[in-house]
Design a binder for this molecule. Structure first.
Ligand SMILES: [Zn+2]
Length: 147
């Protein structure tokens, strides 16, 4: 791999570490010309299922978008960024484990709701009330009773 500092082609791996959860390999490399060190990360290449919207259009799964909607629901709630990250990770793992090539947007919404329910009830109701179009008041009451 080329040195990002001087562009020299000869860099050596000086250290290899596997992340705590085994999700990636971290390598420290050193340039043979300028001696500067840099880090590379190696992760498996994965493909998430495409998200099928209500009108039938397909879009790439966008983790940043999911995170943004979760953060919005969790605004001013006592939930750390790390907890949101972990929840997002669980959603991603479920998507990958499903082996699906596409997923309906409302199914993805259900996954998000399930995670929010675990994190914070207020955020869950916020998200659910926006996300779900309630048929009637009873349905909404049922939801409130469930939590
Ligand atoms: Zn260099």
């Amino acid at each position: 791999m080329k040195c990002p500092f001087c562009g020299h082609g000869d860099t050596q791996v000086v250290e290899t570490r596997i992340s705590e959860d085994g999700d990636f390999v971290r390598r420290r490399r050193q340039c043979g010309a300028c001696d500067k060190r840099f880090t590379t990360y190696e992760r498996p290449e994965v493909t998430f299922p495409a998200v099928v919207k209500k009108d039938g259009r397909r879009a790439d799964f966008d983790a940043a978008k999911v995170r943004a909607s979760m953060a919005l629901a969790l605004r001013k709630r006592p939930v750390s960024i790390e907890q949101i990250d972990n929840a997002l990770l669980r959603i991603e793992q479920k998507l990958l484990a499903s082996g699906l090539r596409e997923i309906e947007s409302n199914k993805l919404g259900e996954l998000v709701m399930r995670e929010l329910k675990r994190l914070d009830k207020v955020a869950y109701v916020r998200f659910a009330s926006v996300y779900r179009s309630f048929e009637d008041v009873d349905e909404f009451r049922q939801l409130l009773r469930d939590i």
